[in-house]
Design a protein around this ligand. Structure first.
Ligand SMILES: [Zn+2]
Length: 269
């Protein structure tokens, strides 16, 4: 496996070096370079849990100063858990690892995309089932070791950052919680992936791996309890193939971080 990761990183370095200067880069060119950015920008529209501290950015300087040179700098702050981000095991497991205890290579793995967009369009409370996982395996292969298993709900992919469409409500604070409605993983599917397969983690295009109506966050407890990772609000799932890509989740290295904004991308087959 170490050799495979080395080869992947070599290919990645080559791809990065072959990307044109930022001024010339467009989304289409990113994809033709076989790198797919799967990250939403952090700005005032970024979706956070209704009770969490949202993104704040304040300009410290954005001007030519007395010395005659241009100087630009911002301050920023936010909850760790919002927008495109990763959850570390400590998030729902007292003895779980924090972000800084996880080696970079542990965040990289084969991308398995399970498309349940039709089911989620009919039922906002849909839970990914063990049968959905087995259906993917029947069509492609057994879920590879170290895979990221990604639930493609279509909700975030189509509607992010529209809070009402993605969260089910545009209310904020505690009063929003009873109105949260979006799909997620079933606890049975999470248990199957932990016990029967050797995954890195799970991801999806909604704000939580537990569905909006969840009161006990069982899937978080199962995944974090097993020392696995989660990614929420992943972008561009419509452009990710069902199999064959490699997912790179690169979180900000926060000491004692329970999660972190992450730059997420895939190298396409
Ligand atoms: Zn989180």
């Amino acid at each position: 496996m170490g050799a495979i990761i080395r080869i992947m990183l070599t290919i990645l370095c080559f791809l990065i070096l072959s990307i044109p200067s930022p001024a010339q880069v467009s989304h289409a060119e990113d994809i033709s370079c076989r790198i797919l950015d799967m990250t939403y920008p952090f700005d005032e529209e970024t979706i956070y849990w209704p009770t969490a501290e949202p993104w704040k950015l304040a300009k410290v300087s954005w001007a030519v100063g007395d010395g005659g040179w241009w100087y630009a700098s911002n301050n920023y702050s936010a909850s760790e858990h919002g927008g495109t981000h990763a959850d570390a095991p400590i998030h729902f497991a007292e003895k779980g690892r924090t972000i800084d205890k996880i080696r970079l290579k542990e965040w990289i793995g084969p991308a398995v995309k399970i498309d349940v967009t039709e089911k989620c369009a009919k039922n906002r409370d849909y839970l990914l089932s063990v049968d959905d996982i087995k259906g993917w395996e029947k069509q492609y292969e057994k879920i590879p070791d170290r895979a990221w298993v990604i639930m493609y709900t279509g909700i975030g992919t189509r509607f992010y950052p529209d809070r009402k469409e993605v969260l089910g409500t545009d209310k904020k604070g505690k009063e929003a919680l009873p109105y949260l409605r979006f799909p997620g993983f079933s606890p049975e599917a999470a248990t199957f992936l932990i016990k029967e397969r050797a995954i890195t983690g799970i991801a999806l295009d909604t704000p939580s791996i537990d569905f909006g109506k969840s009161k006990d966050f069982k899937v978080h407890q199962i995944i974090c309890g097993a020392g696995k990772f989660a990614v929420e609000n992943i972008a561009n799932l419509d452009k990710l193939p069902p199999a064959g890509a490699t997912l790179y989740v690169i979180p900000m290295l926060i000491k004692d971080g329970t999660g972190s904004p992450a730059r997420i991308f895939s190298v396409l087959p």
